[in-house]
Design a protein around this ligand. Sequence first.
Ligand SMILES: [Zn+2]
Length: 345
Amino acid sequence: MAMIAFKRLLLNALLIPGFPASLKYVHRHCATVFMLHRFQDRDRGIEGCEASHLRRALTYLAINNYEFVSLAELFDRLAGSGPQPSGAVAFTIDDGYVDQATIAAPIFAEFGCPVTTFVSTGFLDGKLWFWWDQIGHIFENSVRRSLGVTVGEAALDLRWDSENQRILAQMEFIEKCKLVSQAEKSAAIARLAEMAEVEIPENPPAHCAPMSWQQLRHCEEMGMTFGPHTVSHPVLAHSTFDEARYEISESWQRLNAEARNAIPVFCYPNGGWCDFGDREIALLRDLGFLGAVVGEPGYADAMAFQRAQDGPFKVQRFGLPDEMPHIIQYVSGLERFKQMLRPGR
Ligand SMILES: [Zn+2]
C-alpha cells in the first residue's frame, strides 16, 4: 500500500511545473520515441487514441519546452551528428490506416510536431487487408459460439458466450498465427473462416481501411514523413529468406515510388525482439537503411546506438500511455531513473 501511495505521490509531483525539467540530466543521451496505432473516429467505427488526448499530450510537451524531433534527425543525432538527443521527443505511427491520415496528421501539423508513419505497402495498394483484421471480422460476424481449429501444431478449442470471451478467443487465435509461417497462417485463417461460416470480403470494412497514396502525399504536405513496414505485415522471423527479402525491399521500392520523401528507417512488424533477427538486419544494411525501430519499450539511447554494431537497428519505443502522468514519466526521464535503480542492471 505504502509503495502505491509513494508512486502516486511521485506521479502527481511530475505535474508540478519545473519538477520534470530537473530530471532531464538523467537521460541526456536519450530521446523518447512514442508509438501510436489507431485514432478514434466514431463515423468510421474506429476505436483508438482520442484527438483530445493527443492534443493534451502535445500541448504539455510544447509548453514545457520539450524538443520535438523528426525520426530522421533523431537517427543522425543518435549516431553522433549534431547535439545529443537530451530528452527530445519523436512520434511514430504504425501501419497506414485511414485514421492516421485524417485524424492524426492534422493534429501533429497543428503543433508543428514531426511524425513518421510506417506503412505496409500492399495495404495501401489495395492488394490486401491486415490478417488480424480479417480474423476480427470472422469472429465478429460468425453466428457460431464455439469451434475447433488448428494453427500449426496447436489445436484450439475456442468457445465464447460474451463479447469479452469472443475477444479472448480472437486474441488466442491471433497470437498462435504470429508463431507460424506465412503459408500456415493463411491456411489457418481460411480454415477459421470455413469453421465460422464467414466469408472474407475482398476489400476491408470502413474501420479497417488504409489511407490512399493520395492521402499519404497530402500528409507529407502537412509535415508527416513515411517509412516502410513491409508489404503484408508478416512476422519476419517466421518468413522464408525470399519472403523476408521481398517484404523489405518491395515495400521500400513501392514507398519510394509513391512518397516524395520516404525515410530510410524500417519498422519491424509486431516489433518484438523475437520477431526479427540478424538476417533482417543484414537485408536492411544491404539496402542502405540508417536503422530500424522496434516495439519493445525503452528509450532511444545514443550510447546503445553507438556501442553495439546492430544498435541502429534496435531503436526502442514506448506506446503513448493513456494517462498524462505516465507520459510525463517517460519524457521527463523518471522512467530512465527507475530503470537505473532496478536490480540486475
Ligand atoms: Zn504494424
